[in-house]
Design a protein around this ligand. Sequence first.
Ligand SMILES: Cc1ncc(COP(=O)(O)O)c(C=O)c1O
Length: 334
Amino acid sequence: MSKIVKNIADLVGHTPLFEFVKYEENNNINAHILGKLEYFNPSGSVKDRAALNMILAAERDGLLHPGDTIVENTSGNTGIGLAAFAASRGYKLTVFLEPGQSAERQKMLRAYGVDLKSMMDVPGVPEALGNGTFTTQFYQDAIQSYCDAQDTPHYFINQLANLANPGVHYDTTGPEIWEDTDGKVDILVATSGTAGTITGLAKYFREKNPDIEIVAVQADPTSRPGGSENPQTIDGIAPFGDPGFPDGAKAPFIVGFNYNECIDVKGEDAYAVGRELAQSDGVFLGQSAAAAVYAATIVAKRPENAGKNIVAMLADNGMKYLSTNMYPLDKAVL
Ligand SMILES: Cc1ncc(COP(=O)(O)O)c(C=O)c1O
């Protein structure tokens, strides 16, 4: 059979599970930190899986037809995945971006031909943000109203509530990891944006091993984009379990989701691990991925976890963060 790939969608998934053996050795870690390298997906992140699956589900359900416009709100990676598959399947794409997205993400979206807008362009959003009535649900409803008001068919893919988002991790990512570890997954460590990854995987792994520990990772309050002066933020993920963070501001999949532990990671700690891994094991990670390895390291160093398999979901690589100060050029020679 020919091995020539003719459809970008055929390159999604089957990403490598990589053990950071040098890093483990250098840090006296006796557990196995296994990184699921999602940057091997064709547009470079874990969100390729959900983006493709949501498009396929909409096609199957008769909600999407060639020439239609797909609309999505995204912090970047979902938009980039949607952009690749929309382009290859004949859809237009409009993306509403939250503030603070790196220049690389915006440039990539433009390269794929995306109509790029700010979340402030969604009718009603600036007012709701101004008077304190903005919620996740409000935002979803406002985008749906925007779509309904257009003259041509606009389909709001809505990753925050679309079951094809967590579903793809239950159907593909979980089984891939299970197979690659011969069924030995003791602890899962994952960050969360929409929580599609962590909730889909938790469902799959708990069915296989009810004793698995699920460790969520979030940016420390001092390291969240937007709110702080800290130049070392962790982009692309949302707060997961803050007691002070109201349910209405959380991704719907997080609400009511049970996890064993949530670890706060400071930007400076994630960046330091990212720089270390690039030089110890030659793996160049993005901000949330480096935060996940930092959290996995805390868990791995607990004596009771010696010898265990700790799977860390690593959403993307460092290429989209070169304009941030995660990987500075301290000594330009040209
Ligand atoms: C960089 C990065 N890390 C992690 C995630 C988390 O993925 P999920 O939406 O499945 O929670 C996302 C996307 O939301 C992301 O862009």
